[in-house]
Design a protein around this ligand. Structure first.
Ligand SMILES: [Zn+2]
Length: 76
């Protein structure tokens, strides 16, 4: 191994055709699209909002609240 391996990506990042995960619209994945892999900042925020909402749902349901102070019992 004498010659260093040159990555083809170094010769300018080529843009790829992708599909926005939020709205399903075709868009570009590359330097010209700062919102990648989404088509627009709006779709990116929408996706994040959905993720956050789902995360709230996963949170533990309102069951028995931990309010019992069994470790603070006064002994006579
Ligand atoms: Zn989109």
């Amino acid at each position: 191994m004498t010659a260093p391996v040159s990555t083809p990506a170094a010769a300018g990042a080529p843009e790829r055709d992708i599909v926005c995960p939020t709205c399903g619209q075709a868009c570009k994945y590359g330097p010209s699209n700062p919102s990648r892999p989404f088509c627009s900042p709006r779709c990116r925020n929408a996706d994040f909002g959905a993720w956050a909402t789902e995360s709230y749902r996963i949170a533990k349901p309102d069951g028995a609240p931990e309010g019992e102070d069994e470790g603070d019992v006064e002994l006579p």
